[in-house]
Write a protein that binds this ligand. Structure first.
Ligand code: MRU
Length: 347
């Protein structure tokens, strides 16, 4: 087993299969789902066993190892003619997180010549991407933490932690690094309706590391900011357009508006793999709609009257103008825009 030096093991490769921490069961049960076929990886992404843009990307990279391995076993050196449908299914499993496409492209670049067994090469590439994501998050943590002064109270949305990445986290990577410096007094985690990533995952993950965390209802954020209780809002991102518009968990836009109204810094923490330079602005980012049932019921129990429709976009787009700071592994930008974001790729 590879040691990724992370507080929580979100995913790892073991004995020819991908082990995924089943995030639907948290915080009450810590169980892993084992995937030995790419179809299982696709289903795990679709059903939120694994979630969070970077974690989805790394899971897809291992999924390609499984897809290619199976095509090689069935078709020998003709495997390249048989993997596209499975890779397409992986790419479509969640539409907003661009890390999925990024990881698939990175794997495709390393497809070996068809003659030999492709699995060792591709497993090496997937494990390298895995390690690089953890390293990027640690660097994000260092670059972001310097914005937080002593006794900082931070508000975060959804889960952009170790559970949403290969390890350490993006928004929670900044929190972890600032905590080590002794500068975090408390983290406020929004519930994050309807999947409750904040209530179930962020609180659990921070509790594992002994970082003080308080849960709030999504609708309590303005009241908390109004009372002066928050120094910085930090979120992750699912896709960042070339002009700096950010797609992230539904409710992020509301928090950015709230932060601006109260003079609170709004920080987005994400690796370069989340920046989509082919999307000129947020309007070009596909927004995933999930089943109405996720809003109309809770754990199988109806919470709304029968026959009421529901609108369930699970991401929104925060305009770049509302983002005070964008933190990546190569450095932080204050007031990110097209030119400064393009510059990140030249460092
Ligand atoms: O629907 P989810 O749980 O996959 O949404 C996750 C988020 O919105 C995260 O903030 C984002 O992926 C960044 S994770 C480092």
């Amino acid at each position: 087993m590879t040691d990724y030096a992370s507080s929580v093991r979100t995913l790892y490769w073991e004995d020819g299969g991908l082990m995924l921490l089943d995030q639907r069961q948290l915080p009450h049960q810590v169980e892993y789902v084992r995937c030995v076929a790419v179809e299982q990886v696709v289903a795990a992404i679709e059903t939120m066993v694994v979630r969070g843009a970077p974690a989805i990307g790394i899971a897809a990279a291992y999924g390609i190892v499984l897809a290619v391995g199976s095509a090689f076993e069935k078709h020998g050196s003709r495997w390249p003619q048989h993997v596209d449908p499975q890779i397409d299914a992986l790419e479509k499993s969640r539409p907003t997180a661009v890390n999925l496409r990024w990881a698939i492209d990175a794997m495709r670049k390393h497809f070996p010549a068809p003659a030999g067994d492709p699995r060792p090469t591709l497993l090496d590439v997937a494990e390298r991407l895995h390690r690089e994501d953890v390293a990027a998050n640690r660097a994000i943590g260092e670059h972001g933490a310097i914005y937080l002064e002593a006794n900082a109270q931070v508000l975060t949305h959804c889960n952009a932690g170790a559970l949403a990445t290969a390890g350490y986290g993006t928004a929670l990577g900044v929190v972890r690094s600032a905590w080590r410096l002794g500068n975090i007094q408390r983290v406020y985690a929004t519930e994050t309706r309807p999947w409750l990533q904040g209530a179930r995952l962020t609180t659990w993950e921070l509790q594992q590391d002994g970082i003080p965390v308080t849960l709030i209802a999504d609708s309590a954020a303005a009241q908390l900011m109004h009372g002066g209780g928050i120094n910085c809002v930090i979120t992750g991102a699912d896709r960042i357009a070339a002009n700096g518009d950010v797609a992230n968990k539904i409710g992020t836009y509301t928090l950015a508006l709230c932060a601006r109204a109260h003079g609170v810094r709004f920080m987005v923490a994400a690796p370069l793999s989340t920046i989509d330079q082919t999307a000129p602005n947020g309007a070009a980012i596909p927004i995933e709609q999930r089943p109405a049932e996720e809003l109309l019921s809770y754990q199988g129990h109806k919470t709304a009257p029968l026959g009421v429709p529901a609108y369930n976009p699970v991401f929104d787009v925060t305009p770049a103008a509302l983002i005070d700071t964008l933190v990546t592994e190569v450095g932080a930008l204050d007031g990110p825009d097209f030119a400064s974001i393009a510059g990140l790729f030249k460092t």
